[in-house]
Ligand binder design. Structure first.
Ligand SMILES: Nc1nc2c(c(=O)[nH]1)N[C@H]1C(S)=C(S)[C@@H](COP(=O)(O)O)O[C@H]1N2
Ligand SMILES: [Mo]
Length: 363
């Protein structure tokens, strides 16, 4: 038996590495899974969804191993000039995007937070992930080969995959442990991956707009708040006509990767709905910003939400949504509509909101 280290290493690799074509297809499957789970993870704010976040991370770790197998196998196509083909550039780009997504994801997990202008490392991770999907599809179509049953022994291959996933989970657990031991800033991430912003009031957390919303400051003397739609009577309030005396603590968790816990003060939406006389068959409440940005909450949830004018007893600053912004506990930050001027009681949901929040700031 050959006992040289390289030979031992090769045997160890053979024991865990799945067949080449399966590696390729699993890389593709993981990229799609990561894109979908990553996007869905942005829309949920309640901790009962933690398995989704966990699966995203474990799949990411597994991807590292599979990508390692793949790169070891195809490296020569890039390092050997004679093997260059028109598609080689695409392969290199795909590799860069994959490594970029993995590196930024991993660094984020360890609490590293370098900012590229207003981009957090997490948003760069999302950027790499989103370009990776079309790149992988294009890359796969340049050398399309389906895996064939006879290429592999099913039992052995399933065991290898199980091994890879279990190792992925163990590595991820190890990372959590390491973060705790090192007491790094990766240790106090929420289940969503967001890192804390400490302190109270306007200055304690960043001003964030989702895509392009950047209105001029809203003049409180001219601002009115309309409550309309499926109501007994439509209401219109002025800034001086409201008494913001409802208070609650709530956690704002932005998809760009930070969260803050603040004491918010304002109007309880349930009181507004009661004053307006919401119709018995009303099911949603839509919050509309001066920019057109909007989000709807199921009516029972909306009753419990706050239309905040203050944070930690300071009037909201313009950046944080003055005169009034939605505080929607348990929802991700992008749903906390700023600069609200209209509350609509509705019988239906509003699927178009998904698009509107992306484009509202563009003229
Ligand atoms: N009208 C409007 N409301 C908005 C946004 C926006 O772009 N426009 N951004 C949302 C996002 S992505 C987040 S995380 C929070 C951020 O609130 P902050 O700027 O007070 O931190 O506001 C939300 N409300
Ligand atoms: Mo956000």
């Amino acid at each position: 038996m050959d006992r040289r280290p390289t030979a031992l290493l090769r045997r160890a690799r053979d024991a865990v590495e799945p067949p080449a074509r399966l590696v390729d297809w699993s890389l593709f499957a993981i990229v799609v899974f990561e894109a979908v789970s990553g996007l869905v993870s942005f829309t949920v704010g309640s901790a009962s969804w933690w398995p989704l976040f966990w699966a995203h991370r474990v799949a990411g770790v597994t991807f590292v191993a599979l990508l390692g197998f793949k790169l070891a196998r195809v490296r020569h196509r890039v390092t050997d000039r004679r093997q260059w083909r028109p598609s080689t550039g695409l392969s290199v780009l795909t590799t860069i995007a994959a490594v970029g997504a993995l590196a930024t994801g991993t660094a984020w997990v360890f609490g590293l937070d370098v900012r590229l202008s207003y981009w957090t490392l997490l948003s760069v991770h999302v950027g790499f992930g989103l370009v990776l999907v079309p790149l992988v599809v294009a890359h796969l179509s340049t050398r399309f080969r389906l895996p064939r049953r006879r290429d592999f022994d099913r039992r052995r291959t399933s065991l290898k995959y199980a091994g890879l996933l279990v190792s992925g989970a163990v590595v991820y657990r190890g990372q959590e442990f390491a973060n705790r031991v090192l007491d790094s800033s990766g240790a106090d991430r929420r289940f969503t991956g967001s890192q804390p912003r400490e302190g109270d009031g306007n200055g304690a957390f960043p001003v964030t707009s989702w895509v392009a919303d950047d209105p001029d400051p809203v003049d409180t003397d001219e601002w009115t708040l309309d409550v309309a739609g499926a109501t007994g009577s439509d209401l219109e309030f002025t800034y001086d006509g409201i008494a913001p005396d409802a208070e609650r603590e709530a956690l704002l968790d932005c998809t760009s990767g930070w969260y803050t816990v603040q004491r918010w003060r304002g109007l309880r939406v349930g009181d507004l709905l009661e004053s307006a006389g919401a119709a018995a068959d009303a099911r949603y409440v839509r919050f509309v910003s001066v920019t057109g940005y909007r989000w709807s909450l199921p009516i029972d949830e909306a009753r419990d939400a706050l239309l905040a004018t203050h944070v930690d007893d300071e009037r909201l600053t313009h950046g944080h949504g003055a005169p009034a912004r939605l505080v929607a506990p348990g929802r991700r930050g992008f749903q906390w509509v700023k600069w609200v001027e209209r509350i609509e009681v509705r019988r239906r949901g509003d699927p178009a909101q998904w698009v509107v929040t992306l484009v509202s700031g563009f003229e």
